[in-house]
Design a protein around this ligand. Structure first.
Ligand code: NDP
Ligand code: RET
Length: 333
């Protein structure tokens, strides 16, 4: 079912319903996680509808993708170098594609950052903004003019539920995804003029079990908290980090699940992939004043932490008993 929605997002109907010319898809951040899963999914499409340019900043990390790609490597999938923080590397990559033709751009590369801001340097914060926000801007500056000239193209952006709603100790990461969302919301209006209908889609996953989760947790565990006061350091360690793994185990999707959701025909502008997480984001829309989600999150963390933890365990148990992850992203029929 998620596969259906993925195909739907990149402009392909289910098998056998429509024939289309092969489409060039460029994906950033394919060394692991969602980018890798999506690249492989598209490259292995039975009808060979895609030519995938799976890019990564460090080609020394290409082995997992090569292994997962199998026979599609060198046929429907090519691996290329692209660092979203380096304009020249983007240009070189795009110039190496025949006629520079990119039908679908998937802006996926990104990184997380957690912890008290007192313990993060401005340089670390700038790297997150540079990767998650300016990385997208650089890609579009290079690729969008060609799409506008052709009056066709589709841009899929991996945003996050944190592009809608901030979460404790994710201040800068959430800011980077809010920047992405504001930027895209503005751009979508202009693109509707060029492409006649909206061809820009924001994918908003909740927690996904990937390298992102591991890296962010490890960095959080070894963070030097000496610049924070005792209460803040305690809150980060004993509330946030303590619950972190449990949240991913209970609510987390797999990269493959998310990959399946990404391609759809006439996709909505925003698509949240994780139905278990939507009660959280709905709080934002339920109260235009913005107090409700802050109040509820505060109570969940500081007053009803045992109920919150028990609820997460219950969800985990239900998912385990069903012996497969819930079909979290099933599109409504
Ligand atoms: N995992 C989660 O819970 C969620 C993730 N997301 C978003 O999904 C996207 C993919 O993350 P996910 O698959 O989970 O995590 P991974 O860490 O598995 O993948 C992130 C990818 O981005 C790459 N990357 C980082 N910086 C750059 C750069 N400067 N240029 C090119 N590539 C770069 C990484 O490369 P390298 O290996 O070299 O570091 C890696 O290939 C991100 O935008 C993330 O914000 C959204 C919601 C939830
Ligand atoms: C739900 C929730 C929490 C944590 C949420 C997390 C950890 C979400 C992670 C989302 C990710 C990783 C998105 C990536 O883009 C808290 C603050 C513990 C308590 C309040 C409710």
């Amino acid at each position: 079912m998620l596969a259906y929605f993925l195909c739907y997002c990149l402009g392909v109907l289910p098998k056998g319903t429509k024939r289309m010319a092969r489409r060039n898809v460029l994906i950033t951040g394919c060394s692991s996680g969602i980018g890798l899963a999506l690249a492989v999914k598209l490259a292995k499409d039975e009808q060979k509808r895609f030519k995938v340019y799976a890019t990564m900043r460090n080609l020394a990390k290409k082995q997992p993708l090569e292994e997962a790609a199998g026979h599609s490597l060198g046929k429907t999938l090519e691996i290329k170098q692209l660092d979203v923080c380096d304009e020249q590397s983007i240009k070189t990559c795009v110039n190496s594609i025949p006629d520079r033709r990119i039908d679908v751009l998937v802006s996926n590369a990104g990184m997380g950052l957690i912890g008290p801001i007192e313990c993060q340097t401005i340089e670390e914060m700038k790297t997150v903004m540079d990767t998650n926000f300016f990385g997208l801007v650089r890609l579009l500056k290079e690729i969008l003019p060609d799409m506008k000239r052709r009056k066709s193209g589709h841009i899929v952006i991996i945003s996050s539920v944190m592009g809608i709603q901030g979460i404790l100790f994710n201040d800068v990461y959430a800011a980077s995804k809010f920047a992405v969302e504001g930027f895209c919301e503005s751009l979508a209006i202009q693109l509707t003029f060029f492409f006649f209908f909206n061809r820009l889609s924001l994918i908003e996953p909740g927690p996904v079990v990937t390298e992102f989760e591991r890296k962010v947790f490890e960095d959080g565990m070894k963070m030097d908290l000496s610049a924070a006061d005792e209460e803040t350091a305690e809150m980060f360690t004993n509330i946030y980090l303590k619950n972190y793994k449990q949240i991913f185990q209970s609510l987390g999707q797999s990269a493959e699940d998310v990959a399946e959701i990404i391609l759809a025909e006439n996709p909505p502008f925003r698509h949240q992939t994780n139905t278990l997480y939507t009660p959280m984001t709905t709080l934002k829309y339920a109260d235009p004043n913005g107090d409700l989600p802050i109040d509820i999150f505060y109570k969940m963390v500081f007053q009803h932490d045992k109920i919150f933890s028990a609820s997460l365990n219950f969800i985990k148990l239900l998912r385990w008993r069903s012996r497969k992850s819930f079909d979290l992203g099933k599109p409504s029929q």
